[in-house]
Design a protein around this ligand. Structure first.
Ligand code: GDP
Ligand code: IMO
Ligand code: MG
Length: 428
């Protein structure tokens, strides 16, 4: 048995939550392996819409365990709010959730450092979600961090104080800004108390034993490949490895245990926050994509930047992740466009390339577009792939040829059921 992976091929928000929720009933264990509450994964089941930040998207399925892996950074306050929200919906969260002891903790002062660092960057700001992600991973690699397992140690308070004092010292390096650390801390410690009641596991043993005993495991990515700390549009990235290699570090599984890697991409492209985005549209089409796709951040509510799909960019992500097949989402959003654009190459000072340049921010990079006919028919209720309009299928199959990977899933709406499957072996 292997660990299958589902992860984003663009700049995040590709619809990972929806697809993981759909696929989860074929698995026994669903694990988040990186990122933290910068993620916002939306699930629409019946009339209920839920946005998950730290909890894996298998949580609504019965008989499944969800693990927050060691590669994740946890904000106790956000996690407790998520648990409470799910309990209000009568989801027995604590029966279905385990947390790796090695996962690092986001402290209130990590969030302050995030805010101070972003403010100091001025125009160069990353557009961080301000959830304390960067500073927490910095403390992890700097070997200063606090981990979930530490909350059970008798000297937890001393460790907390030492790290907090370090942070207060660092904050003095930034221009002064007002903050009320007391109120935050009260909330944080109350939440830590609640987390003590969760089942904590040695994640690496937990997941490997699950695989050895024939259990099916799905790893759920957060963010997207272009936000990867090594291969994304640095420095406009997040602070973790969002690509499939992150599964090995973030869960403790060996590379040979990775099975299918399902890469997810929108039928167009979005980005939230700063940084390069070659196929971004600053015109009426971009505005229309934002409106029809409801492109506003699930975590911060910020409007997402919108543009056509960028084939060289997606192919780069396919290469980095070892993608075996693709889930294409939000195809319904393209309905009503006369023509749909696709970035097929970059023109750099008259030189045409399909390789992602080192500096994607270079103003000389101009995307080369191909346009195909759009479709006017409402496709949101179509329930088999072959019933899609011919022009829709042409577009999908054009992408499939370019990606050189099967597009196994086509998502036609936010709801769990709005998904067309194309590969018989997947259903077996
Ligand atoms: P994630 O971070 O990758 O899980 O994605 P988000 O939840 O941040 O953003 C995706 C948004 O698109 C959510 O509001 C989803 O409900 C919605 N969504 C997912 N798939 C589809 C689809 O096929 N069509 C439409 N119209 N919306 C979708
Ligand atoms: P999901 O899992 C989209 C972006 C932020 C910012 C940059 C760094 O929902 O797809 P950070 O808070 O990590 O320091 O922000 O990364 N970003 C995301 N964009 N979806 C996400 O997650 C994101 N998580 C972070 O907007 O540009
Ligand atoms: Mg999201």
């Amino acid at each position: 048995m292997h660990v299958d992976v589902l992860l984003g091929l663009q700049w995040g928000d590709e619809g990972k939550g929806k697809i993981v929720d759909y696929l989860a009933d074929r698995y026994d264990l669903v694990c988040r392996f990186q990122g933290g509450p910068n993620a916002g994964h939306t699930l629409e089941i019946g009339d209920t819409k839920t946005v998950l930040h730290t909890i894996p998207s298998g949580i609504f399925r019965t008989d499944i365990v969800n693990m927050i892996g060691n590669g994740v950074v946890i904000d106790p306050i956000t996690l407790c709010k998520e648990i409470a929200g799910l309990e209000d919906l009568k989801v027995p969260v604590t029966d279905r959730l385990v947390v790796a002891r090695r996962a690092h903790l986001i402290l209130p002062t990590h969030r302050l450092l995030d805010a101070a660092s972003e403010a100091a960057k001025g125009k160069m700001k990353i557009g961080s979600t301000l959830r304390g992600i960067g500073p927490t991973y910095m403390d992890k690699t700097g070997r200063n961090g606090l981990r979930m397992g530490d909350i059970m140690r008798p000297d937890f308070m001393d460790r907390y104080r030492a790290l907090k004092d370090k942070h207060l010292g660092l904050l003095k390096l930034y221009p002064e800004f007002e903050f009320d650390i007391r109120a935050e801390e009260e909330d944080w410690f109350a939440s830590v108390e609640t987390l003590r009641g969760l089942e904590m596991v040695d994640g690496e043993y937990y997941v490997n034993q699950a695989i050895d005993s024939g259990k099916r495991v799905l790893a759920e990515g957060a963010q997207g490949s272009m936000l990867d700390i090594d291969f994304g549009t640095y420095p406009y990235v997040t602070s973790s490895n969002t690509i499939s290699s992150g599964v090995c570090n973030g869960l403790g599984v060996a590379p040979g245990r990775i099975g299918r890697v399902i890469g997810i991409t929108k039928a167009y492209c979005t980005r939230v926050g700063s940084g390069p985005f070659p196929t971004e549209l600053h015109d009426a089409d971009g505005e229309r994509l934002r409106k029809l796709g409801h492109e506003f951040g699930a975590t911060t509510g910020r409007p997402r930047r919108c543009g056509w799909i960028d084939i060289p960019q997606v192919r780069y992500s396919i290469m980095l992740n070892g993608v075996t097949d693709i889930a294409l989402t939000k195809i319904d959003v393209l309905t009503s466009f006369d023509e749909v654009g696709m970035g097929v190459a970059y023109d750099i000072n008259g030189h045409r390339t399909t390789r992602l340049p080192y500096d994607l921010e270079d103003a000389a990079i101009k995307p080369v577009y191909e346009r195909v006919a759009g479709w006017q028919e409402d496709i949101s209720r179509v329930d088999v792939y072959d019933a899609l309009p011919q022009t829709t299928r042409d577009y999908i199959e054009r992408l499939e040829t370019a990606f050189k990977r099967p597009i196994s899933y086509v998502s036609t709406g936010p709801q769990r059921e709005a998904l067309l499957t194309r590969d018989a072996f997947i259903e077996a």
